[in-house]
Design a protein around this ligand. Structure first.
Ligand SMILES: Nc1ncnc2c1ncn2[C@@H]1O[C@H](COP(=O)(O)OP(=O)(O)OP(=O)(O)O)[C@@H](O)[C@H]1O
Length: 696
């Protein structure tokens, strides 16, 4: 040994200093202390515990010791000097093998076999514990070169097993019927005419054919590639193929209320259009009327206040035959484990999402991991021949291969029907990390794209107030509508009969409701998205600035916390009021002017309102983070980058921001270098899911 290995007390002192210098979270130190209380004394192991807790906050599921041994500063996002100082004081292992050997000593870390299924809480894993130590529910687990907090290890193993089992399952389908119905459901003229390598394949048809043969399928693709269009046809196909369609139970869900409402609306529209086209040959009207509202995953699983446990789980499974989940990129590992746990084995699960979008806020990048082979396809001979028989589609050579069972159940839709123009080109350039192409796009596509380079704060505030030429929005637009508030319900006139009074009342209420919906829709046409929360170019700073400017211009009257016109975002699920994290509403008056202010939310066409004073966890939402904007779209989206590089600035963040824009996009960058840097960083979240999925 070069340097002397530290004592536990020395290491704690080092960790405390690192916390004081903001290089480590308090929780990391607390967890190391917790492990000391449980008898862990080895400084290497204790440091591992602290690092594990630290990187959890950055979305990693585990500590990949190969990467860590190679470049600890990259994993910890530390300056080399911090690591150099610490590692000269402590004699840390020099390679991943040495790290593993040090972590394996003693009984404080459970050493899991590489194929170990998890044991349920409180149970020991006798059958599958060939390891050197016994499973005593240790809070840390080492599996191969990955170190986990137990709950992530357990969730990851549950997800890998359930996904593999589902993807490997096969449903007997009448292939001729699949072929016949797919030809009916997909109009020949609407077949995708792709100009890429594969000129002919209609991936939408392929996705439907693949989905009906198994208990799991994944449909991924960028915005507007027809994921919902396809899934509506898939639902119709399953309905047509089912022997007892009148009994088919279909559920729709998404991680957020907004995404759920969008999913339901798109599917209803697509099914109605299909019903018109197909007439009596398939009673789709009946299916649409029976399909309930789309729900958030929390509500579907039966979230309960003050606990992470859901009402539905393996012991009380969901009662559903087909479950379609949209915006699957937002599903974090723990939620995916809960969802799979609550699904009966026979339920068909269809996941929809854009694999290139930002991963979930919480740890994990489940959809990204599941879609590891989606670009290349990797379809086996058996899949290719099945696709040919059922969808009449030829899979070109570049997409053939021998990828695993999940890849056989995954289809990537490759042609965007919404973003064929500059927004799509910009999104693709960003996705490829091609800064030159992205810059050219931004500079040559006015007024659809607009770039405020070397931006000054006043330019951004001006954009926030009044929008820009040729594009919808600016907050002034929706605030002007506040002046058009309809007259309040009149007091009952003695000359009117009770039914006339009632009609008058109903008319006034309807006019009021329509006005609220108009204001909410106007607000929803424009949004400012930030990469970060703090600072002048972050959500908090901008919200304060915008609010102040709107007040100064007399567009709002900020006389109290709850002023008319205040947009708010819910920051925590609240089961008492029925609002969920990410829901966005506007503070507006009650129909009765004498009553306190309410916050109105619009889910598709459905308006609901809650007394403002009952909303405890909200923040002002003129500006919001890109993370929180997932699952939403705005006609004109403004993406604001910060002045300095931050770990959250990645290609996925920029791509997600751009693809929130329906018709116009503005980029605001105070420092152009940050834009280039962000495009060069691709998110990598450590997890063992991909490896586990491939160990078949
Ligand atoms: N094969 C097709 N033929 C005709 N129109 C199509 C086809 N596929 C998709 N569309 C249309 O393209 C538009 C985008 O489709 P859709 O909303 O299903 O995409 P999406 O991938 O779900 O988008 P997002 O990710 O934004 O939710 C819709 O108007 C849809 O009707």
């Amino acid at each position: 040994m070069g340097a002397q290995m530290k004592t536990t007390a020395d290491l704690l002192a080092d960790l405390t200093l690192l916390v004081e210098q903001s290089h480590l979270r308090r929780l990391a130190l607390a967890f190391a202390r917790f492990m000391i209380d449980r008898g862990m004394r080895d400084p290497v192991q204790l440091f591992g515990a602290a690092v594990l807790t630290e990187i959890e906050a950055r979305g990693h599921i585990c500590l990949d010791l190969n990467s860590f041994a190679q470049d600890p500063c990259a994993v910890l996002e530390w300056e080399p000097s911090i690591w150099n100082k610490l590692s000269t004081e402590c004699d840390f292992p020099k390679n991943s093998q040495a790290w593993m050997a040090a972590l394996k000593t003693g009984e404080h870390i459970y050493i899991a076999d590489l194929d170990a299924p998890p044991c349920s809480a409180g149970q020991t894993n006798d059958l599958f514990s060939p390891s050197s130590n016994e499973d005593q529910q240790q809070p840390m687990v080492l599996q191969g070169h990955r170190l986990y907090l137990r709950r992530y290890w357990k969730d990851e193993t549950v997800v890998a097993q359930a996904i593999r089992t589902r993807a490997n399952s096969r449903i007997d389908v009448a292939e001729d019927d699949v072929r016949r119905w797919l030809d009916v459901l997909f109009d020949a003229s609407s077949t995708v005419q792709n100009t890429s390598v594969n000129t002919e394949t209609d991936w939408q048809k392929v996705a439907c054919a693949i989905a009906v043969r198994s208990r799991l399928s994944i449909i991924t693709g960028g915005p507007g590639t027809g994921k919902t269009y396809t899934v509506a046809r898939l639902i119709a196909l399953m309905f047509a193929l089912n022997e007892r369609p009148e009994r088919l139970r279909i559920a729709l869900a998404a991680p957020t209320g907004k995404a759920a409402a969008r999913l339901k609306q798109s599917i209803d529209n697509a099914l109605q259009e299909l019903a018109r086209k197909l007439g009596n040959s398939l009673p789709l009207q009946e299916l649409t009327s029976r399909m309930g509202a789309a729900r958030t995953l929390h509500s579907l699983l039966g979230a309960r206040p003050d606990t992470r446990h859901f009402r539905h789980h393996a012991g009380n499974p969901l009662d559903v035959d087909i479950l379609v989940v949209d915006e699957a990129s937002m599903i974090h590992l723990e939620m995916m484990a809960s969802l799979l746990d609550a699904l009966p084995p026979n339920t068909i699960l269809v996941l929809l999402g854009d694999k290139d979008q930002l991963a979930s806020v919480e740890a994990g990048a489940v959809l990204g991991d599941l879609c590891g082979d989606a670009e290349v396809g990797g379809y086996s001979d058996a899949s290719i021949s099945y696709i040919q028989r059922t969808a009449g589609q030829t899979i070109a050579k570049p997409f053939a291969g021998n990828a695993g069972s999940i890849a056989q159940q995954t289809v990537m839709l490759r042609k965007s029907r919404r973003f064929s123009g500059p927004i799509g080109m910009l999104a693709n350039a960003v996705n490829d990390g091609d800064t030159d192409a992205a810059n050219t796009c931004l500079r040559t596509s006015e007024p659809i794209l607009h770039w405020i380079e070397h931006a000054k704060p006043t330019q951004l505030i001006q954009l926030a107030m009044a929008g820009r030429a040729g594009a919808a929005g600016g907050y002034k637009a929706y605030l002007e509508l506040l002046k058009q508030r309809p007259a309040p319900v009149p007091a009952p006139a003695p000359a009117l009969s009770p039914s006339q009074t009632q009609d008058q009342h109903a008319d006034a209420e309807n006019r009021f409701k329509e006005w609220v919906i108009t204001v909410l829709r106007a607000f929803d046409t424009f949004r400012i998205l930030c990469a970060i929360k703090e600072g002048e170019w972050g959500v908090n700073g901008l919200n304060a600035e915008i609010e102040q400017s709107l007040h100064a211009q007399g567009l709002i009257k900020r006389d109290s916390e709850w002023y008319v016109g205040r947009p708010v975002m819910v920051t925590r699920n609240d089961y008492n009021t029925g609002v969920f994290n990410g829901d966005i509403g506007l503070a507006l008056p009650d129909t009765d002017p004498g009553k306190p202010i309410r916050v109105y939310f619009l889910d598709g066409d459905k308006l609901r309102s809650i007394l403002a004073s009952r909303l405890r966890y909200v923040e002002t939402a003129y500006a919001m983070t890109v993370h929180k904007s997932q699952g939403s779209e705005f006609a004109h989206t403004v993406l604001v980058l910060p002045q300095d590089m931050s770990p959250v600035l990645t290609r996925e963040l920029v791509y997600t921001g751009i693809t929130r824009a329906r018709t116009h996009f503005s980029l605001v960058s105070p420092v152009n270098l940050i834009w280039q840097k962000a495009l060069s960083v691709k998110t990598r979240r450590a997890s063992g899911l991909m490896a586990a999925l491939h160990s078949e």
